[in-house]
Design a protein around this ligand. Sequence first.
Ligand code: SAH
Length: 516
Amino acid sequence: MDKGKVYLVGAGPGDPKLITIRGLEALKRSDVVVFDRLAGPHLLQYARPDAERVYVGKLPDRHTMKQEEINRLLVDLALQGKTVARLKGGDPTVFGRVGEEAELLRRNGILYEIIPGITSAIAVPAYAGIPVTHRDFASSFSVITGHESPDKLDHSIYWDKVTNATGTLVFLMGVAKIGYISAQLIKHGRAPETPVALVQWGTRAEQRTVVGTLGDIEAKVKAANLQPPAVIVVGEVVRQREALAWVESKPLFGRRVLVTRARAQASELAAKIDELGGEPYEFPVIETRLPSGKEAEDAIASALARAEEYDWVMLTSVNGVDYFFYWLDRFGIDIRRFHRAKFAAVGPKTAEALAQRGVRADLLPESFRAEGLLDSLADQVSEQQTALLPRGDLARKHLPKELAAKGVRTVEIDVYETALSVPSDIWLPEMLNNGEIHTVTFTSSSTVVNLLEALRRLGVADPGKALERCQIACIGPVTARTAEEHGLRVSIVPDRYTIDGLVQALIDATGREIER
Ligand code: SAH
C-alpha cells in the first residue's frame, strides 16, 4: 500500500477565515482531520463529509492525548495510506511542537508539508487594536513562552535580556504566570508603569481584553477573572489600542449565532453575521434533495408536460425555483412553453432567484408568507384558472387550500424533499451547556423541529432545556409559533420576514439583552 501524506496545517487563532488558502485546500482534500480545541471546531465544516475526525485536544488540567501518542497516530494513519490534515492553532512552528511531529514522520519515510498559519502572537493583539511593532514605539518584538514552572522559567528565559530588549514582548501560555512575569520584568528594569494587555480568546466571540501596567496587571487579571488562553502584550504599543480597537465596535461583536438552515442557503446569513462582527456557527439541520421514487418523478413529468395550460406558476421559495428549473432541464422543457402563465414569487429572494433565470415575476407579494401571496392574488386570480405550484414536500397546505376555495385549479408538484440532517459535531452540545451559543436562528418551522431532533440524536436528553439560555430568533411568526409549540421562548421576530430583516432584528436586540 502507498504511504499517505501528512499536512501540518496552521489553522490560525480561531476566526475560521484566518486559515490560509493552502491550509484550507489541504483540509478539504484529507481523509482524516486531526484537531484540538485551539484549532477551532469551525474549520471542520470544510472537511469532506466522509472524512474521519479525530480530536486530540488538551485541557489545562488534563491531557486527552499525549504528544507522543499524537505523533504515533499521525504516523499510523499515514502508513495506512491516508492523507491527513493535522490542524494546529495559530502557526504550527510557534510553540506547536511541529518539530517533533515532523521528525517522526521523516524517520518513518512519510511525506509531510508544514503549512504556516497566522500566529496568535500577532493576530490576537491585532484584533484588540494593538500592532506588535510601531514606527515610533517598537522596532522589534519577541514571542516568549510563559507556560513552564517558575523555576524552569528562570533557566530558560534570560530575563535580563528579555527585559531590556528594545521592543514589544508577547507572552503565550502565560496567564497563570502573569504575576511572576511582571515581577521579573520589573526586577530586571522595566518600569512598573509599562503598559500591558491580556487578550483572551482573541478573534472569537469570547474575545476580552484587560489593560493595565506591569505594576497592577496581576490584580486586574484576577479581578476580571481572565482565564487562558490569552496573549500577553507588554510595551508602549498597548497604548495604541485606545485609538485602534476595532472589532469591539461591530454591532454583533461577542455574539456566537447558530445558523440552522441548509448548508447551501446558510452562507448568506452566516456571511452577514460575520460581516457585522458576530461569529456564525453553522449547524445545518436540513438538507434538500430530489424526491425519491419513480412515482414522484412521473408526477413532475406529467405536470410539466402541460406547460401551455397554466395561467400561473407560483413559486414560494428559492429552493422551489432551483428545483423547478432542475426538472425543466431534466425533461428538456423550454421555459417559453409557459407562455400563457404569469409568475408569482413569494419573497424578494424567490423573485431574485427567478430573475437570475431570466424570468421576471409578474407578482411579488408584499408580505413574506404564503398568506401575503393570497392577499395579492385575491384580485388577480379568477375562477377556472389553473395554477402550477412547484414546492417542497413540507410546504404548508395553506396556499393550495385557499386557491381551491376561490375556484382555482391547482397542480402541486413536490419538486424537492427536505430531510433531517445531523451534522457530525461533537462540540455543539458542550457549547450549549457552557452558554457559548448566544443566539439560535430559525428560518423555517422545519429548522426548529430538526434542530431539536438533531440534538437528541447527538445525545442531548432535553434539547428544549439545552436551548434555554440562548436567545431564540425566528424569521417570522409561523416559525415562531412552531418554536413556541416546542417549548422555546422566542425573543426575536423581525417585522420583515426575510434574512435581512432577521439580521437587523439581531442587531436591534443586542442593546436589549446580553446575558453573558
Ligand atoms: N501555535 C500557536 C500557539 C500555541 S501555544 C500560535 O501560533 O498561535 C498556545 C497559546 O497560544 C495559548 O496559551 C495562548 O497564549 C495563545 N493563543 C492561541 N490562540 C489564542 C487565542 N485565540 N486567543 C488568545 N490566545 C491564544
